[in-house]
Design a protein around this ligand. Structure first.
Ligand code: 6PG
Length: 260
């Protein structure tokens, strides 16, 4: 049964990034001490860049045995890995290179391949093999990092798309209404198997969608796909800055200040 989301609100995006890095390291330590590795799916977009910089920086880089971390992706644009819009490319520049992560620990979606549907099937097969999780079981990530667009999309689960209704596949090809059209994304049923899902959402443009997703009544998840993300047994955590939390009821407006 899905638990209530844990919502924390920070003064600004920098505080959010620091606390997110701290939680990342803590979750990783738990997983590594449990079964010797930490398997995380990274998010695309721009918000994660600050968290990546924090993790690769002096405050956190030495707090983790990075050789025990396996990096996967929640979604990818169908572009080459060195393209400016590649989620892998962003993670490589902001996290993998600075931490000198061994490429053997990185499992990217081949956005450059010509057939997105086949690439989705290939990535699904990779996940099942890596997690030793044959169908109909679903792999369980230790952590899935997610962002949210101002339209309430998350990963590449966009409003009104067929991907939202997918109940069996782990990975599908889909399309975005903006930017790079062809995308690959983990599906909601897979994300909801995770031990922990951490949404990182900052900026005033996200405030309306954040309120709809966290507090909306009778809101159609087809309009705000982030509402589909409710881990069945795992933790659901939302880190927000004040601007993104501005439309939430005061009950949630407990801001984590610098002192805490
Ligand atoms: C992507 C992401 C996407 C992102 C949101 C928020 O590939 O773009 O997976 O879901 O998290 O669009 O993006 P920002 O962090 O740039 O606001």
């Amino acid at each position: 049964m899905a638990g209530a989301p844990e919502v924390r609100i920070f003064d600004d995006a920098q505080d959010l990034a620091r606390e997110a890095a701290d939680l990342f390291v803590w979750l990783a330590g738990q997983a590594i001490s449990g079964d010797g590795r930490f398997r995380v799916a990274l998010s695309g977009g721009s918000t994660p860049k600050a968290i990546h910089a924090m993790l690769a920086g002096p405050a956190f880089a030495s707090q983790l045995d990075w050789r025990r971390v396996e990096f996967y992706f929640g979604d990818e644009r169908c572009v080459p890995p060195d393209h400016g819009e590649s989620n892998y490319g962003m993670a490589n520049a902001t996290l993998f290179q600075p931490l000198r992560i061994n490429p053997d620990q990185i499992f990217r979606m081949a956005g450059e391949a010509g057939d997105p549907a086949q690439t989705a099937r290939d990535y699904e097969a990779l996940l099942r093999a890596r997690f030793r999780s044959p169908a109909p079981a679903r792999p369980r990530f230790d952590l899935v990092l997610l962002g949210m667009g101002d339209d309430g999309h998350t990963a590449s689960l966009f409003p009104g798309t067929a991907a939202l209704a997918e109940r069996h596949r782990l990975v599908v090809a889909t399309q975005s209404p903006r930017g790079i059209v062809n995308r690959l994304t983990l599906t909601a049923p897979l994300i909801n198997q995770s031990h922990a899902v951490l949404f990182l959402v900052a900026g005033a443009s996200k405030a309306v969608a954040t309120q709809a997703v966290l507090e909306g009544r009778n809101v159609d998840p087809g309009r705000f796909p982030a509402r589909l993300i409710r881990p069945e047994q795992g933790r659901l955590i939302w880190f927000l800055d004040r601007a993104a939390a501005a439309e939430l009821t005061t009950a949630k407006q407990r801001v984590v200040s610098h002192e805490e």
